[in-house]
Ligand binder design. Structure first.
Ligand SMILES: C[S@@+](CC[C@H](N)C(=O)[O-])C[C@H]1O[C@@H](n2cnc3c(N)ncnc32)[C@H](O)[C@@H]1O
Length: 227
């Protein structure tokens, strides 16, 4: 059985997972960071608690905390059930069971929900969508995007990926995207065309191994830098 999502779903990971997915160093954490498609992840909330606030961008941030909690509840059981049916696609070392996975995800999403309304007022959670982001050219130093581009290759086409990645490169000098495989751990058909296209625009590209390894083939990120 494969994972199948009718559309992109809200599902959020923790601060520690973000550190490893993007291979973030302590120096990276002091940079001007934006997370695109952060959904109900707790990275923003944890960065705020550390005293180094970042910005997260998402179409679901148009909703209230109550509506988001409801939406998470509606999709959560299906996501966990699909993970149970697809256990062979994961490496169960860092996270040892589907039950532990369910607990970790809910803890991260709960931390996000608790932080959401105040963070929105402070301008840390912004309602916007790729491929059009409300920031000036080069506004950020480091742009992160996890489990959206490449991951949902069945739900978004190559044109969307190219436009989205050009937009990420417009608003920041360095972009990191994780993972570069899709929801079923298959290589994204869009990775090579995207790399070919951005290389023509004098962008330095590298596929790099990262410490995060949960999807069997999902331990690499794409780093893009203006050269
Ligand atoms: C699976 S979640 C990933 C959340 C988080 N980045 C993580 O890794 O835990 C994907 C998120 O992408 C968001 N999304 C969907 N379309 C988007 C778009 N066009 N621009 C920005 N975010 C989008 C969804 O709302 C969803 O919350």
């Amino acid at each position: 059985m494969d994972f199948h999502y009718k559309d992109i779903i809200p599902y959020g990971r923790s601060f520690d997972e973000y550190l490893d997915m993007f291979n973030l160093s302590e120096d990276d954490l002091t940079r001007d960071i934006v997370g695109i498609g952060d959904g109900p992840a707790s990275f923003n909330s944890s960065m705020h608690q550390r005293g180094t606030p970042i910005v997260s961008v998402e179409p679901i941030y148009r909703y209230s905390e109550t509506e988001l909690r409801q939406r998470i509840q509606e999709t959560y059981d299906d996501v966990i059930e699909q993970a149970r049916q697809n256990q062979d696609k994961f490496v169960w070392t860092r996270i040892s069971s589907v039950n532990e996975l369910a607990d970790l995800r809910m803890q991260a999403m709960d931390a996000f929900c608790q932080d959401f309304e105040s963070g929105k007022q402070q301008g840390r959670y912004i309602d916007a969508s790729l491929p059009n982001l409300p920031f000036s050219d080069g506004h950020f130093d480091l742009v992160l995007s996890a489990h959206l581009l490449f991951f949902y290759s069945a739900n978004r086409n190559l044109a969307f990926h190219l436009n989205a990645i050009r937009e990420l490169l417009r608003i920041g000098s360095e972009v990191r995207i994780f993972p570069i495989v899709d929801v079923n751990s298959n290589p994204s058909p869009f990775l090579s065309p995207v790399i070919d296209e951005v290389k023509k625009e004098r962008i330095a590209c590298s596929v790099e191994r990262v410490p995060y390894h949960f999807q069997k083939t999902g331990n690499e990120m794409l780093r893009l830098k203006l050269s």
